[in-house]
Design a protein around this ligand. Structure first.
Ligand code: EPZ
Length: 422
């Protein structure tokens, strides 16, 4: 397993290009199953999760061709010969559940392994299943698989989500495009990735209104066409790299960044004393000489503070002046970066879903363990400004969501290198 060694190396300066969004691409790719015509995605990120989704779609019979070093994905699902998504792929990546809605909508049957939990929580898929049942699906859970049928095709229905779920909204939205009649999704997720999916589906001929609000209305159509669609900028990669100059000092411009993707996050950076400016090329982040100020953070569904940036924000607040309180409201176990940051000298008190961080002057490098995707990158960020050397182990987590992280950070002056493990 590879490790990454980071050494505190002073202020950063330069530009970092932001890739297409992992969490948009992982729902745009299954959308190919809705049509027999080719769907081409541009601005796709080069990540192991995208390769896993490619493997899954190919196992179903879809053709996926990766071009331009992985930035373009050309997909065609004209002959789906297998309707079973196997556990050995699904367990590697939960987003695999997103093939369920499209397969069911297009061919009236699908068998998909339940994804199981992951490091940050149990992560059930009950809302995905309830949404499809509201559209007439017959579901049977056997030996860890969902056996789904819709003999006469899905029918439009009212789906009232008891709480916001990004994935369940995506599964229901895709399924509803081919359902007979009108579907209304209430308390739908409003993330930019949902908006991006709706825009792509509309290009394919879907009739959708209200994406980006809590109520999305879909008028089912008989079939969808192909399309070409650019994957939206990754707001989580953007926020992650905005924290690099915030933690180290200096000035970094994040190419492709837009404030509206991360308004709540930018408000917190502003409160902490970090300057964020929209430029023609992206977002320019600078930090003056003073210490960062402590701020309180509570994670919420979009447009609130993103849970996927909570670990990274904690890395910044470890050396802020004062006490910060972080409340994780989305997942039940998303503070596993805290004990690792404490190995670096951070003062963090975790009780249930609340972490209280008392800022210290500076962290000290240490060997630390990556436990999940966003926790691992928060350790890299902490190591950028820590005194001495930080070794982050198990960085395969990192490669799921960050393309070429050491190249991007080295380009702005970070002292960082990857050590290949056995
Ligand atoms: C998506 O996961 C993202 N993943 C996550 O990013 C992100 O953290 C999450 O949305 C919240 O923004 C992808 O898009 C591939 P949810 P998802 O359904 O769809 C519970 C990353 O780091 N829930 O909005 O799985 C669930 O357990 C990843 O890139 C149910 O109880 O998230 C969680 O507590 C991590 N039943 C909460 O709802 C369900 O049927 C929100 O989950 C579905 C979810």
């Amino acid at each position: 397993m590879d490790s990454i060694i980071v050494t505190g190396n002073g202020p950063l300066k330069g530009q970092i290009p932001i890739a297409g969004a992992k969490n948009a691409c992982l729902t745009l790719m299954p959308a190919t199953l809705l049509s027999e015509e080719p769907l081409t995605l541009t601005n796709a990120p080069r990540l192991s999760d995208i390769r896993t989704m490619t493997e899954l779609l190919r196992s179903l019979g879809a053709e996926v061709t990766s071009m331009q070093d992985g930035k373009v994905l050309s997909m065609s699902s004209h002959n789906i010969h297998n309707h079973t998504a196997d556990y050995d792929i699904v367990r590697k990546m939960r987003a695999s559940i997103l093939v369920l809605g499209p397969m069911l909508a297009r061919d009236g049957h699908a068998v998909v392994s339940l994804p199981g939990g992951c490091a940050i929580g149990a992560r059930p898929v009950d809302l995905h299943l309830k949404a499809l049942e509201a559209m007439g699906a017959e579901l049977d859970l056997r030996e860890g698989y969902v056996h789904a049928k819709a003999p006469g095709g899905l029918k439009g229905g009212i789906v009232d989500f008891p709480f916001v779920s990004v994935g369940a909204t995506e599964n229901a939205l895709m399924a509803a495009t081919l359902a007979k009649g009108t579907t209304v999704l209430k308390n739908a997720a409003r993330e930019p990735e949902i908006v991006d999916l709706a825009r792509c589906l509309r290009k394919m001929g879907a009739q959708i209104e209200g994406e980006g609000t809590s109520t999305i209305t879909i008028q089912g159509v008989d079939r969808l066409n192909g399309a070409t669609h650019p994957v939206v900028t990754d707001r989580i990669e953007l926020g992650t790299y905005m924290l690099a100059p915030a933690i180290c000092g200096g000035e970094v411009e994040l190419l492709g960044g837009r404030i509206e993707l991360l308004a709540a996050f930018c408000e917190k950076l502003d409160a902490a004393g970090i300057n964020v400016e929209q430029t023609a090329l992206g977002l320019k982040v600078t930090r003056g000489n003073g210490r960062v100020r402590a701020v309180d953070v509570m994670t919420e569904p979009f447009p609130g503070f993103p849970t996927d940036l909570q670990a990274q924000m904690m890395a910044l607040l470890c050396t802020a002046e004062g006490v910060s309180v972080l409340e994780e409201k989305i997942f039940e176990n998303r503070f596993m970066h805290a004990p690792e940051l404490m190995r670096m000298g951070a003062k963090i008190d975790v009780h249930g879903g609340t972490a209280t961080v008392t800022g210290v002057e500076r962290l000290k490098g240490a060997p630390v363990m990556a436990t999940d995707l966003r926790a691992s990158v928060s350790l890299i960020l902490a190591g950028l400004a820590a005194e001495g050397e930080t070794i982050v182990n198990r960085v395969y987590h990192l490669d799921r969501g960050y393309e070429r992280v050491e190249e991007k950070l080295r380009a702005v002056g970070a002292k960082i290198e990857r050590i290949s493990g056995q």
